[in-house]
Design a binder for this molecule. Structure first.
Ligand code: AHM
Ligand code: MG
Length: 280
């Protein structure tokens, strides 16, 4: 696992350099989810693949930018699913973006997840690594330094409600409105990494990307986005649900499968489950 941690750090430093220097024009390709891939997405994907290919314990990788999983070392123990540059469309307006990694032992699937990690490229570069604890690191003078362990409060103050509101279910809208009436404050940039990072570091709240009429299975991908953040939040003392089930109890059929998702502290996720149970 140390080798993987090291390869993620190397990738993050290289990605930071690319973000700082690379032209961000659109390329002509589409990724497996049918979205336009930025040249930057492809470059970041290549960096991570290159770093992971040097780590013998990594068996197979799956990336948001690759249609299929790829085997690197057939006798390796770990399977890693990653989103090389989540929120990359925010780069041209200079908002924060991130890389997300889910580390699985013996095969992909939430039940095999043993660690999860994300990197936020903002005014500073920070990394959160969750294994038996959720730990925050800061990139300083070329090295990632441990800062502190992160723990969520039972109840937070922030609300990050994703998805197009016009396409929300009415009970979902009522629930979100209810949180705002209770005093929650809106904090939504459109990048799940900085949005979830903010909630984690400010003690709690709720991030949601629900099922909507245009996206009945949500938008966020299980292996690269949903399971890793579910793991990070649960280890930090929070919860992660699709409204009915724990996100970590879900399976997947295809590498790019999505799921509605809610991540937060216990107070808010308990409300989500109550509201969704009534409207099943
Ligand atoms: P991406 O992987 O193509 O960047 O998409 C994922 C991003 C998340 O960071 C964010 O929470 C979500 O898409 C926002 O979606 P929307 O634009 O529908 O609000
Ligand atoms: Mg993404």
């Amino acid at each position: 696992m140390d080798d993987i941690f090291d390869a993620i750090q190397k990738s993050a430093k290289r990605i930071k350099d690319v973000i700082d220097t690379k032209d961000v024009g659109y390329s002509q390709k589409e990724n497996a989810s049918g979205e336009t891939q930025l040249e930057l997405d492809i470059k970041c994907d290549m960096i991570i693949e290159e770093e992971f290919s040097r780590v013998a314990c990594i068996n197979t990788i799956a990336s948001e930018e690759k249609e299929h999983a790829e085997t690197l070392h057939s006798d390796g123990q770990y399977f890693i699913a990653y989103d090389p540059l989540d929120g990359s469309s925010l780069i041209d307006v200079n908002l924060s973006v991130g890389s997300i990694f889910g580390i699985y032992d013996g095969g992909f699937g939430a039940e095999n997840m043993v660690a999860a990690c994300y990197v936020v490229y903002g005014p500073r570069v920070e990394m959160v690594f969750a294994q038996n604890k959720t730990k925050l690191y800061l990139l300083q003078a070329g090295e990632f330094e441990f800062v502190k362990e992160i723990r969520l409060n039972e109840k937070g103050k922030l609300m990050a409600p994703g998805g197009t509101q016009q396409n929300w279910e009415s009970y979902h809208k009522e629930m979100i409105d209810g949180f705002f009436k209770e005093g929650y404050r809106l904090r939504y940039s459109g990048g799940m990494v900085p949005d979830l990072h903010q909630i984690l570091l400010k003690g709690g709240g709720l991030f949601s990307y629900p099922a909507t009429s245009d996206k009945p299975n949500g938008k966020l991908r299980r292996l690269f986005e949903v399971f890793p953040f579910a793991f990070v939040y649960k280890i930090a003392g929070g919860e992660a649900t699709n409204g009915h089930e724990d996100l970590m109890s879900l399976g997947y059929a295809h590498v790019h499968d999505t799921s509605p998702c809610f991540f937060g502290s216990k107070y808010e996720t308990t409300r989500v489950k109550e509201v969704y149970a009534k409207n099943a």
